[in-house]
Design a protein around this ligand. Sequence first.
Ligand code: ASP
Length: 583
Amino acid sequence: MYRSHNCGELRITDTDKEVTLAGWVQKSRDKGFMIWIDLRDRYGITQLIFDEARTDAAIMQHARTLGREFVIQVKGIVIERESKNSNIPTGEVEVLVKELSILNEAQLPPFTIEDETDGGEDLRMKYRYLDIRRNPVKNSLLFRHKITQEVRNYLSNLDFCEVETPYLIKSTPEGARDFVVPSRMNPGQFYALPQSPQTFKQLLMVGGLDKYFQIVKCFRDEDLRADRQPEFTQIDCEMSFIEQEDILSVFEGLTRHLLKTVHNIDITAFPRMSYEEAMRRYGNDKPDIRFGMEFGELNTVAQHKNFSVFNDAELVAGIAVPGAASYTRKQIDALTDWVKRPQVGASGMVYCKCELDGTFKSSVDKFYDQADLSRWAEVTGAQPGDLILVLSGSANKTRAQLSALRMELAHRLGLRKPDEFAPLWVTDFPLLEWDDETGRYHAMHHPFTSPKKEDMHLLDTDPGKVRANAYDLVLNGNEIGGGSIRIHDKETQSLMFKHLGFTADQAQEQFGFLLDAFQYGAPPHGGLAFGLDRLVAILGGQETIRDFIAFPKNNAGRDVMIDAPAAIDQTQLQELSLEVHIS
Ligand code: ASP
């Protein structure tokens, strides 16, 4: 028996018990006649004491050879501590050691195994197994486990059936780039790793499974942005004989359940907003509604006043920054520089201070009098003491830039409180999205999403205007899930492929299995997927997902611990009928 108790278990009521513990040496203090060692495992820390008066001299000596992170086993008696530590649950007792054995020695770790470590990100990733010994990472993994367990329980109780779909599938041109896997048995042919189990879960509905879910890895070979992982996990779901309302209600229920279990928070309202409204009010399809600073469209009040920058703009829009009228020239200049950075891309910024005495002071006083500026305040909802910041240009770009500014200011003003949770459904997404690069429309969600019936007639004349039965769940400005009601008949699906630029042959070759399946009695169906990594991070009150993933990749998509990706040897390449040329 390696242990009778774990290191987080012993209490004052265990006094006088003979116990066996095993774990890692967190730290030791040697006072000569006494040695204390903090013994750590997943469950906590228990103090060991070696005392000249009561411990064998040979064992005292042995204890002195222990280094940090040695794995040891001890036998001893639980005694009451003289100086208690109220910070840890085991802090009232210690174990007077009678026997000690070293189970494994350890080299000095490259960074300290403490809550606040001296290890940089790269080092921690390289020695991730040591990083996992630290409370913040360990607790994040335990937290993730709790969430997945709750998700499984919740959905299983509603009769959802968890099904595993294949990882070796076929590459499709839609969406992001696929990771591909060469097939040795089929020279020159490749599997692709799924970007999501989308078509499979739809086929499960054709198969009559009615309610499906899976906690599943998905793979996307995208250019990595900060905090994106090439492999990530989804809570993937699909339901038959449902309408959008049914799906929203199941997943509102799930989100509510998680917030209740994890934070004991009762969320009653899941407000809804159409995509169009979200873009107009927040310039963003995943608005953080924990704070205001909604957009005011100033075209009618700011144009035709001789200020050509505004007159020439498709959109003039502003936000009222609460209490910021007192910003100095220097602070405002810094904000102007911020919006002019290439990442944001604004060409300039206009401001208007709403002074406490009710007057206005703007950077464009030449063109606008007090009455004009008071209308700006009305439109943006600015109060005395607020600062109105205005951007202008093409509608899409201006909205994106002003949204970035709004989020940045909210961050600086401390308005994005991690312990406040504001979910929001965004609905009625456009079906199609124009892509400048390829010069054609792409499915905004995916090609299996159904168009709104009442917009179908626009498919030929004004495809960009067609709305889809698609929805996203947004939490605190992050998209945590998205889905749609699907197309379930061959005609509409073929029409959709046609509008996405597929010939009938290409559609048949790529998605023939689905088109075929739709001819054998496909039920109306729909679903959604939550991004588990992000969901867990947000519920855990954090913005980065990395610590909630046991073995994450770095920003360059590398696993620096196992050093992947890596070259493979010539024989392996030959077996796979591959040749590698690197230019
Ligand atoms: N498969 C979709 C995605 O990965 C989610 C869905 O439509 O259910 O975004």
